[in-house]
Design a protein around this ligand. Structure first.
Ligand code: 5AD
Ligand code: SF4
Length: 427
């Protein structure tokens, strides 16, 4: 199995290259690796991560050629819009979508209020259709290593908050590198998210070692380590990290202040902007269904994400966690999650949207439904198995008991059944 199809670099100018995948062209940044026109390359997240020898690439492409066009056909078919609608607002909004016009806040609110099966079906299909038009059948599959559950913060919703009695673990530097080596070289991941609580045991030097060693496995290094100094992120960029996942969690400042004591929304937003300025690929987003969240907040969350111009949207439902002040809160319904996903797609047409593991925890078919409602990106947990249950940010995580290779198999068959291929989405 592979999570990336090699492409051929056909143009390059000022560090921006064009990679061809069976005739489809995607833009990539060429700053990590030297590459020239005619080279076969792998790209992830719109960044060229390595060159590969022609014979190897041609062999892989030979195996993909027929499958690629078959998958494209399946995807095109599934992405046709066939439904009817009942809501009087919906046709006007869909007309705007088809004409590529910006949707107003009022439009987004009306979409979030849709209720009938017909209307929802049409919303999801339209989102899937736009995803197909913007990104074709490409789908990113990233691996995630949760390397420490220590956290200096005390967010009320989070199961690994400082006050939680969860058993703590912290993977050593070499252990993290070994886990990444296995994910990259054995499981063939091309992008690895390194996630932890805000754990300052990993100082700048340790993080630099981790990033630069993992970069040697020719993967995109994606950091998800929370608030750190700008200078630290800068050094990590120089060490080869190229992507950062940092959610702002909620755009509602009052809610943010109540739920994340001692931290400020403004600081998180500033850091996200700073990281973008440094050249990081940014994934950001929010939680859905926090206590006291209003309809308005969901719309504002989508609009704030959009205004940050992220490369990727990452949002998911809040799910309660044992031993936290919010342990008795019920999660949001699946429809609200799918509506949020579809609305994000319509509000920001060419975004990349992840189906997050929290969505999968709540609903068995979340991946399939999410991918058919506008999403085009997935993550697979590649944390060593004995640590997974300790990274308990919320309860009931489903993927933690499965063998990674089984999860990979299931993911691949799901992607194929939906006509998706792991080609890079470009920038
Ligand atoms: N439910 C869902 N997601 C959570 N996170 C933290 N706690 C929870 C929870 N109870 C998410 C936050 C954070 C990410 C690493 O985990 O959004 O950004
Ligand atoms: Fe720490 Fe993140 Fe959990 Fe907050 S949400 S306690 S910052 S791991």
């Amino acid at each position: 199995m592979c999570y990336a199809i090699p492409g051929r670099l056909v143009e390059i100018k000022d560090k921006v290259g064009i990679v061809d995948y069976f005739g489809e062209k995607r833009r990539v940044l060429v700053d990590l690796t030297d590459a020239g026109i005619g080279d076969y390359v792998y790209a992830q997240g719109g960044i060229l991560i390595n060159r590969i020898p022609s014979e190897e690439a041609e062999e892989i492409l030979g195996a993909w050629k027929e499958l690629f066009s078959e998958l494209k056909g399946i995807d095109e078919d599934l992405a046709r819009v066939r439904g009817n609608c009942k809501s009087k607002n919906l046709p006007g909004i869909l007309q705007k979508v088809n004409l590529n016009q910006e949707l107003s806040k009022e439009d987004l609110r009306n979409l979030l209020r849709l209720e009938t099966e017909d209307d929802l079906g049409l919303l999801y299909q339209t989102a899937n259709n736009i995803r197909q038009k913007e990104h074709r059948n490409a789908c990113c599959v990233h691996g995630i290593i949760e390397f420490s559950n220590y956290c200096r913060c005390n967010c009320l919703y989070c199961g690994i908050r400082e006050d939680s009695k969860v058993k703590r673990y912290r993977m050593g530097v070499d252990e993290i590198i070994d886990a990444a080596r296995y994910a990259a070289l054995e499981l063939k991941f091309k992008a690895l998210v390194l996630q932890s609580g805000e754990d300052l045991w990993y100082d700048e030097d340790k993080l630099v070692t981790i990033v630069s060693k993992i970069r040697e496995f020719q993967v995109l290094v994606f950091l998800s380590i929370g608030l750190r100094d700008g200078a630290t992120y800068k050094r990590l960029f120089e060490a080869g990290a190229r992507a950062a996942l940092l959610r702002f969690e909620t755009s509602n400042e009052g809610l943010f202040n109540n739920l994340r004591p001692g931290t400020k929304l403004e600081d998180r937003l500033e850091l996200i902007k700073y990281l973008k300025g440094l050249g990081y690929i940014i994934a950001t987003g929010f939680l859905i269904g926090l206590p006291q969240e209003r309809e308005e907040d969901i719309i504002n969350n989508i609009l704030l994400t959009k205004s940050l111009k992220p490369d990727m949207y990452s949002f998911g439902p809040f799910i309660s966690a044992e031993d936290t002040p919010l342990r008795n809160q019920k999660p949001v319904d699946q429809e609200t999650i799918l509506k949020t996903l579809a609305i994000a797609r319509l509000a920001d047409r060419n975004s990349k949207i992840i189906v997050t593991t929290a969505q999968e925890t709540l609903h068995r078919e979340a991946r399939k439904k999410g991918l058919l409602s506008g999403a085009n990106s997935l993550m697979i947990n590649v944390t060593p198995r004995h640590y997974r249950k300790l990274y308990r940010i919320y309860d009931g995580r489903t993927e933690i008991n499965k063998d990674t290779r089984d999860t990979i198999e299931e993911t691949i068959s799901l992607l194929y059944s939906l006509g998706r291929a792991p080609a890079d989405l470009g920038v």
